[in-house]
Design a protein around this ligand. Structure first.
Ligand code: HEM
Ligand code: HEM
Length: 181
């Protein structure tokens, strides 16, 4: 594990962290507004937008992970109990994992359904599995399940922890991830 000596994340890590938040907010709004995807559902603009934002999230997460592996994390904030540092680390890696798994499952499911996927209409995104290959039928349900009952509660816990540090412990954990503080 790499630990950087500064007490905060790098500017790039901070930018990518808040970019993911913005993209996720847009993605859930689009995901819950778009028509329910079933057999023979046409790929409307909103559905296409869901695919594009999802592929973008996957790309940004991969860049973030590479950045994280190279630059590490700041040394733990002084005075934070070790169990909190450990559980933060576990939940951060779990968030990274889910943010790779969820878009991949969505991409596989859209491929299985034979739906065209583009990157904001600018580039064609390749199909990951053969159309109607029944072994991938489950991916849609699990994509939605993890997106709604995995990512959201974990992000909720993550935000609660950040607010706990800021308002209750009154340490500088939140400031490590804020630009220019
Ligand atoms: C982090 C990124 C993503 C999140 C948070 C996300 C979230 C969601 C959510 C909440 C739904 C359920 C919508 C409903 O209630 O009907 C959904 C459905 C779906 N998403 Fe995503 N999505 C992501 C990425 C993607 C990507 C990259 C693709 C494809 C390229 C995709 C394809 C689909 C498909 C095909 C469905 C319908 C699944 C089914 O009901 O069988 N998603 N997504
Ligand atoms: C209002 C929303 C959010 C707040 C206030 C927040 C706050 C923070 C803070 C303070 C840290 C640094 C923790 C530390 O130094 O130990 C952090 C790290 C992190 N956050 Fe968030 N966050 C938010 C949303 C999100 C979202 C939506 C995601 C992704 C789903 C996310 C994923 C992560 C990850 C993976 C790290 C670890 C960074 C690393 O070590 O590479 N956060 N967040």
């Amino acid at each position: 594990m790499v630990i950087s000596t500064q007490g905060r994340y790098t500017r790039t890590a901070i930018f990518l962290h808040w970019l993911i938040l913005a993209l996720l907010v847009a993605q859930y709004i689009v995901g819950w507004t778009m028509p329910h995807i079933g057999r023979d559902t046409p790929v409307t603009t909103l559905i296409s937008l869901h695919f594009s934002i999802g592929v973008l999230i996957l790309g940004v997460i991969v860049i973030r992970l590479i950045w994280r592996l190279i630059h590490g994390e700041p040394a733990p904030e002084a005075g934070v109990p070790p169990w909190q540092t450990r559980s933060a680390r576990v939940s951060h890696w779990l968030l990274y994992l889910l943010l790779v798994v969820v878009p991949l499952l969505g991409w596989i499911n859209a491929s299985y359904r034979g739906m065209p996927i583009t990157f904001f209409g600018l580039a064609h995104v390749p199909q990951l599995v053969a159309t109607h290959d029944a072994s991938w039928r489950w991916t849609g349900d699990i994509h939605t399940l993890i997106a709604e009952y995995g990512v959201l509660p974990l992000v909720g816990l993550h935000v609660a922890a950040a607010l706990y540090h800021y308002f209750v412990r009154r340490d500088r954990v939140l400031q490590r991830m804020l630009p220019g503080v």
